[in-house]
Write a protein of this length. Structure first.
Ligand code: ADP
Ligand code: TRP
Length: 321
């Protein structure tokens, strides 16, 4: 089984990225041949600062390695080190109906938020399809917001296979229901573009402050809360605390007598401990950047060899040989 996923270097990684995509991806590296990359071409659709892209790219590499991506098990690389994807992307655009892209929620949401659309933003799912198809990927671990993009990939692959003969493997999204949408500090989906993130790594004081200011309702501590499972702090606690601890806090909130301040304090402590080991690992990696650059270079070499062979197959099938 070949597993593939990517993450954009568009800002500091957060709990939504971690539980929705990174942890499932890291767990899957035990079960097959995993290819994980930093989608720096994709980040160009929304980030226009070269220095920032460079810094974010390195940060994503450090974050992912610190969180347990094992370069002995997974192939880890930068998207732009395999420029063949852009060539495949062109080939795929010619079989992609405009209507398929016009339906994409992610595109429509960005426009609705006032982002002025460039052609890259519109064509984003086609490049993503090329990313997936160029490695003959079977399984794509992502959060729920990316499901539609994997469906677009499937549609394009089927179309190509029908038009030019069996060429591409049809991939499947792999979405963990329990973490499909991690809520942010305001209760909406946590996202870099909504300013509601809790980062995986960062300054302790600032992160404590973020958690202590999670949006809660105005009910008094004494009041029983029959809807305790819907509480934002409880939902986040379930991700970072043991099942027993989370259950205990949920029961105390339900019964009444637990104040939101104490609940948030517990959330912060559990969150901070959850990433303690990764934090140490990250500091070690940051002090050894040569190692990190080597991992990415080696990953790129392996990924490129495979990409070239699949691209060749697609060119042959479509008469570009
Ligand atoms: P963002 O919305 O912060 O820009 P990305 O689009 O870069 O995040 O997402 C990277 C990966 O993390 C994708 O697989 C995405 O589905 C997942 N992801 C992002 N936010 C969440 C969330 N709140 N809950 C679950 N998964 C998420
Ligand atoms: N679009 C994905 C996101 O924003 C990143 C990505 C690019 C990706 N190419 C991919 C994810 C291929 C999975 C497979 O999260």
């Amino acid at each position: 089984m070949r597993i593939l996923s990517g993450i954009q270097p568009s800002g500091a990684l957060h709990l939504g990225n971690y539980f929705g995509m990174m942890r499932p991806a890291i767990e899957l590296q035990e079960q097959g041949e995993a290819y994980y990359f930093i989608a720096n071409y994709h980040s160009m659709t929304s980030l226009f600062d070269a220095a920032e892209r460079r810094k974010n790219t390195l940060d994503v590499a450090l974050d992912f390695l610190a969180c347990g991506l094992d370069p002995k098990k997974s192939i880890f690389f930068r998207q732009s080190d395999v420029p063949e994807v852009t060539e495949l992307s062109w080939i795929l655009t010619t079989l992609t109906p405009m209507s398929l892209l016009e339906k994409c929620h992610s595109y429509k949401d960005k426009i609705a938020k006032g982002v002025s659309p460039n052609h890259g933003l519109f064509a984003y799912p086609v490049l993503m399809a090329a990313d997936i198809l160029i490695y003959d990927s079977n399984v794509v671990p992502v959060g729920r917001d990316q499901k539609q993009h994997v469906e677009v990939t499937r549609d394009i692959a089927v179309k190509f296979n029908e038009q030019y003969g069996q060429t591409f493997v049809i991939p499947e999204p792999r979405i963990r229901d329990e973490v499909a949408v991690v809520p942010g500090t305001d209760g909406q989906k946590m996202s870099k573009s909504y300013g509601n993130t809790i980062e995986i790594f960062g300054d302790e004081k600032a992160l404590r402050k973020k958690i202590m200011s999670l949006t809660m309702d105005s009910r008094s501590p004494q009041e029983p809360k029959p809807d305790a499972e819907k509480n934002l702090a409880i939902q986040l606690l379930k991700l970072v605390a043991s099942a027993d601890v989370a259950k205990d806090f949920e029961a105390r909130l339900r019964a009444g007598g637990l104040g939101y301040g104490d609940l948030k304090k517990a959330l912060f402590e559990n969150y901070w401990n959850y990433f303690a080991e990764a934090r140490t690992k990250r500091a070690e990696l940051a002090a050894n950047l040569d190692y990190v650059h080597n991992v990415l270079a080696e990953g790129a070499g392996k990924a490129r060899t495979l990409a070239q062979s699949v691209l060749k197959r697609a060119k042959l099938a479509s008469g570009l040989d």
